[in-house]
Design a protein around this ligand. Structure first.
Ligand code: GTP
Ligand code: MG
Length: 238
């Protein structure tokens, strides 16, 4: 059985305001499959998508890290794009991420720090968060020989094969950083394209700065200690 070429994975937890504002701009026709992975919304987000005929998988275990693992099991496409409809990401960039993947990259990350990119929310409201982000990226580049500018951004696309090889097992918001680090460890071809992060549309941020920063430090140390001793995800590796 041949797989669909591309899957758009929409990640949500109580994101009804963003979803309502952005839904019509999500380029569903640019992908072959669309899957919503929801962390247990109680604000109507799940019903919103189901009413529009989209498949929604509700997580048994909460957290953004777990959402990626659900996508690893459920998404069928050869290429996967992850999109968070909270206002931070521009749906118009979805086809640009896919197009870059088609050039032969294993992973394409939306970067807020490349020329042409922007990090409006953090620059205005949380400048220290932008500095911390860049420090974590510099550390990953230094330790594993990368040239990334935004290793932690969630707006990204990757091939199914790359995703399964990275087999991210981290919790919460460290999952993207872990995937970037592992891609560098394996020497996978990773590209970035500039993306502009706009302000949150509504709802609430799930990422609290200090606990998230400490989680990053813990998982950075763990990745240093385990080196390349992480196994590809086997169940679906085909
Ligand atoms: N499936 C799923 N999605 C989640 C979960 N937690 C957060 N999300 C979604 O992931 C996206 C990013 O979460 P945010 O809380 O905005 O994190 P952030 O972008 O780092 O923080 P802000 O700067 O405040 O926007 C949003 O679309 C959330 O709805 C979860 O447990 N499961
Ligand atoms: Mg956000």
């Amino acid at each position: 059985m041949s797989r669909p070429r591309s899957t758009l994975v929409i990640l949500t937890l109580n994101e009804i305001e963003g979803v309502t504002a952005l839904f019509d701009r999500i380029p569903l026709t640019a992908v072959d499959e669309c899957l919503v992975v929801d962390g247990g919304s109680t604000d109507g987000t799940i019903e919103f998508f189901r009413q529009r005929g989209l498949r929604v998988v509700v997580q048994d275990v909460r957290g953004r890290g777990e959402a990626f693992r659900v996508a690893m099991r459920e998404a069928q496409g050869e290429n996967l794009v992850f999109f968070s409809p909270d206002g931070n990401e521009d749906p118009a960039d979805i086809p640009r991420l896919i197009a870059k993947l088609d050039e032969g990259y294993a992973m394409v990350i939306g970067s807020r720090f490349l020329p042409g990119g922007a990090n409006e929310e953090d620059e205005r409201r949380f400048p220290w968060r932008a500095w911390a982000n860049q420090a974590f990226t510099m550390i990953a580049n230094g330790l594993w020989g990368g040239r990334l500018t935004d290793s932690i951004n969630g707006f990204r696309a990757m091939t199914r094969q790359a995703f399964l090889r990275l087999n991210p097992d981290g919790p919460g918001f460290v999952i993207e950083y872990q995937m970037s680090i592992r891609a560098l460890k394996l020497g996978l071809p990773v590209a970035e394209i500039p993306t502009r992060e706009g302000p949150r549309i509504g709802g609430r941020s799930g990422a609290r700065s200090i606990p998230t920063g400490l989680l990053f430090l813990r998982y950075l140390l763990r990745e240093v200690l385990i080196g390349r001793r992480f196994q590809p995800y086997h169940a679906n590796l085909s």
